[in-house]
Design a protein around this ligand. Structure first.
Ligand code: ACM
Length: 767
């Protein structure tokens, strides 16, 4: 044991040389073209093009609007606009119409020491080239710092997107966002070549757009007293100031404190024009027939029985049996279509509690008359009728994937979100529908980001595996959704989608998915641009941390900084690290069992995520002596639903098997089950072993007498990690895993004394 402790300590000393104060490998590697998304083709040239006040912009007549955008960008840095001309000039940025570049949104960008040429057929392509130039310019252009000259590195770029739909969604109902914030949001989307903004404008918690025919929608429906979501945010604000509700949306009305706001039609037309100049379509969603409480409060004739309340899960929907419902819906959408010129209009159609429809005489009569067989089909009748109305105005209808349940016309566009119904997009494609992928995992950006979320977004494949190449063409792209029940401020919104948006942008722009390491390096350089743009992005994770640590005589904690300029601070008294907490020394020595809480802080005091590191003192565990064991682990399979692993011990064993692999067995067919993996782990050397357990749903790993990793409960795939100090030889091994339905993920890896993590060799498992 003593010998081991020495070995371990000397190892840590080596580590310290790259420890606290050092930058992580990613943060050290500067990249010459830190572009996100990375272009389809980029060949670096030699030298650079220097933009000065004397440089001209020479534009084809088709691209005058994009030339103006380029000039606006350069104006911020140069302090004065460049001359825009129609004829050739020396030392110019040329915007050239090229009919041979036929792919939508495609462009070529050639930068030499003499001139810059952007060639495209599609104005959107020229705009994307301008954003490429923006990312190659110093970040000072974002601050509006006036420079004498701007330097662009020479390169030849050919570029076009992989997917036509590269979307972001924002819910402005649950919490409201100002016109100024919408413009910021659009500008950030444009920077990363996203092209669809889906605005979820109305919901139970607030109606956010002026409708002239129904003024009470905003006079009353845009305002509320604080609700339970506001209270939940206020609670979280005690630990995290990003949860403080933006004050500009809190008003005093008739002696009451109210939350809310809405966009006038005029204001929204301005946002639409701002987005259009950046080649972004805004797709409005007026969610119906469910999620309509804010409207029904003021116009109770919309429900079947005039009531307005919550059902078991959702609010009462508007009534498809009443002609007055269609009159209202069409009047509202007519005004919406006057504001939003988008080819696509989103009708929502999700989460409808249809119970009242079954009791309504009007619905029964309609079903009888039209031969509608059940309530899902009644919803389809409503959606199909609205689709005909949309089509009559030259628009296409989009709906959430529930709209296919009662049968749907193949011309509707399906937005897939229910990750637990994996065949929904496949069914829709086979029905002839066009599909946009927004599955909750990993594309709901209101889900708390963690150390894996960027990788999950980056590696998401919008095309379901079972589709053939022809069918795959029906998937036109993907989108991330931001539901704002728990996002009450611009700062919290920034944190939730930045930097995940950059991973989404690259995933949707390029089909080359082998650039992840390069993407991470480019992302490090993007952070300084985000700083200049005042984006409250989520700081990169502190690298290599575990949940549970053990030490023998002394633990030593060293953490590399993921970005320059960050300071890592800590506490050991259970309190949250703050800007005044001590800086993590190099290293922090740990001599008693304690909870160390660490977080990174930016120079202006913003805090990154807080990490809770549990330290326990442990003696090296000696191996057990047993009769020569057999290969593999002895497993028991329980065909039942478990919320936690504890009830497994009282459950009936359905079958048993032996395995030397920790993974969900391919033979398991039940949607919900539990598996116990029991036996020994035969470790080849003394050491402190790290174990990483990833599961969906829960799992608890015990090596020796105690719990090594606790990842219990029903949850999506997440990793938890822990340590145990083991002497060479056999140690009791017990892993309990539960699957609640959907997900089916189980993975266990290890590392020894800080080595790279790896799969556990099959021959280590015995029983
Ligand atoms: C949804 O998340 N209800 C579309």
């Amino acid at each position: 044991m003593i010998a081991f402790a020495k070995k371990y300590k000397s190892f840590k000393i080596v580590l310290l040389l790259v420890g606290t104060g050092a930058l992580s490998a990613q943060a050290q590697d500067a990249v010459k073209f830190p572009l996100i998304p990375y272009p389809t083709q980029l060949v670096a040239g030699s030298g650079s093009f220097v933009i000065t006040g004397k440089t001209s912009i020479v534009t084809a007549k088709e691209f005058t609007s994009e030339a103006a955008e380029l000039n606006n960008l350069l104006l911020k840095a140069l302090g004065k606009p460049l001359v825009v001309a129609k004829i050739n000039k020396p030392h110019a940025i040329n915007l050239v119409y090229d009919a041979t570049i036929t792919a939508p949104e495609a462009y070529k960008l050639n930068i030499t020491a003499q001139q810059v040429t952007i060639a495209a057929k599609d104005p959107a392509g020229v705009f994307h080239a301008v954003e490429t130039i923006r990312q190659l310019l110093p970040v000072s252009v974002e601050r509006g710092v006036v420079n004498e000259t701007l330097v662009l590195p020479a390169a030849s770029i050919e570029d076009q997107p992989a997917y036509a739909w590269r979307g972001m969604h924002l819910d402005v109902s649950r919490h409201f966002f100002s016109i100024a914030y919408l413009k910021k949001f659009i500008d950030r989307m444009a920077l990363y070549k996203m092209n669809k903004l889906h605005l979820h404008i109305t919901d139970d918690q607030g109606w956010r757009i002026e409708i002239k025919k129904y003024p009470k929608l905003t006079e009353e429906g845009a305002w509320r007293t604080f609700n339970n979501q506001d209270s939940a945010c206020m609670k979280r604000a005690k630990d995290n100031p990003d949860f403080v509700i933006d004050k500009e949306h809190i008003v005093q009305r008739n002696g009451k404190t109210m939350y809310g706001g809405f966009y006038t039609q005029q204001e929204m037309k301005g946002v639409v024009a701002y987005a259009a100049a950046r080649h972004i379509d805004i797709i409005p969603e007026i969610d119906m027939p469910g999620h309509m409480m804010a409207a029904i409060n003021s116009y109770p004739f919309l429900t079947c029985n005039g009531e307005n309340s919550w059902g078991k899960l959702f609010t009462k929907p508007i009534c498809p049996g009443l002609e007055t419902t269609y009159e209202f819906a069409q009047n509202v959408y007519s005004e919406i279509m006057d504001i939003f010129p988008s080819k696509y209009i989103h009708i929502g159609g999700d989460e409808v509690d249809r119970t009242d429809w079954g009791k309504s005489d009007a619905c029964k009569a309609l079903m009888e008359r039209e031969g509608i067989k059940d309530l899902p089909a009644l919803q389809s009748y409503f959606i199909n009728r609205m689709e005909k109305f949309f089509n009559s105005k030259g628009r296409k209808l989009i709906g959430w994937d529930e709209i296919i349940e009662g049968g749907i016309s193949p011309t509707a566009i399906i937005m897939y979100w229910r990750a637990w119904v994996p065949d929904a997009p496949v069914k829709a494609v086979k029905n002839g529908n066009t599909v946009i992928m927004t599955p909750g995992e990993p594309l709901y950006f209101d889900n708390q980001p963690d150390q894996y979320s960027i990788s999950k977004v980056y590696h998401f494949n919008p095309i379901p595996k079972v589709l053939n190449a022809e069918e795959a063409k029906s998937i036109i792209g993907a989108q991330a959704n931001i539901w704002t029940e728990m996002i009450p401020s611009e700062k919290r919104a920034d944190y939730m989608y930045m930097p995940r948006l950059t991973a989404l942008a690259e995933m949707l722009w390029t089909t080359q998915q082998d650039k992840y390491d390069s993407y991470l390096k480019r992302l490090v350089q993007q952070y300084s641009r985000m700083d200049a743009m005042n984006i409250n992005y989520r700081l990169p994770d502190l690298p290599g941390l575990l949940n549970n640590y053990v030490f023998i005589d002394e633990g030593k904690l060293s953490i590399d900084r993921p970005l320059p300029g960050l300071t890592i601070r800590y506490t050991t008294d259970g309190s949250l690290p703050g800007a005044k907490s001590p800086e993590l020394p190099s290293p922090l020595s740990i001599k008693k069992a304690e909870l160390v809480r660490v977080a990174a802080f930016t120079a202006n005091g913003a805090r990154g995520d807080v990490y809770n590191l549990n330290y326990t003192q442990q003696q090296m565990l000696g191996p057990v002596k047993v009769a020569p064991p057999k290969p593999g682990l002895a497993c028991s399979y329980y065909k039942a639903f478990f919320k936690q692993i504890a009830p497994m011990k009282d459950a009936k064993v359905d079958s048993t098997f032996t395995t030397n692999t920790i993974a969900v067995p391919a033979t398991v067919k039940a949607p919900s089950f539990g598996i116990t993996y029991k036996g020994y782990i035969d470790v080849p050397a003394d050491g402190i072993y790290n174990f990483y357990l990833t599961c969906d749903d829960g799992g608890v790993l015990q090596i020796g007498p105690g719990v090594t990793v606790d990842n219990d409960g029903n949850h999506s795939a997440q990793e938890k990690s822990g340590q145990v100090a083991l002497k060479m030889g056999l140690h009791p091994f017990l892993l309990n895993f539960i699957e609640g339905g959907g997900g089916y993920t189980l993975k266990l890896q290890y590392s020894l004394n800080g080595s790279a993590r790896q799969d556990i060799p099959a021959e280590w498992f015995k029983n």
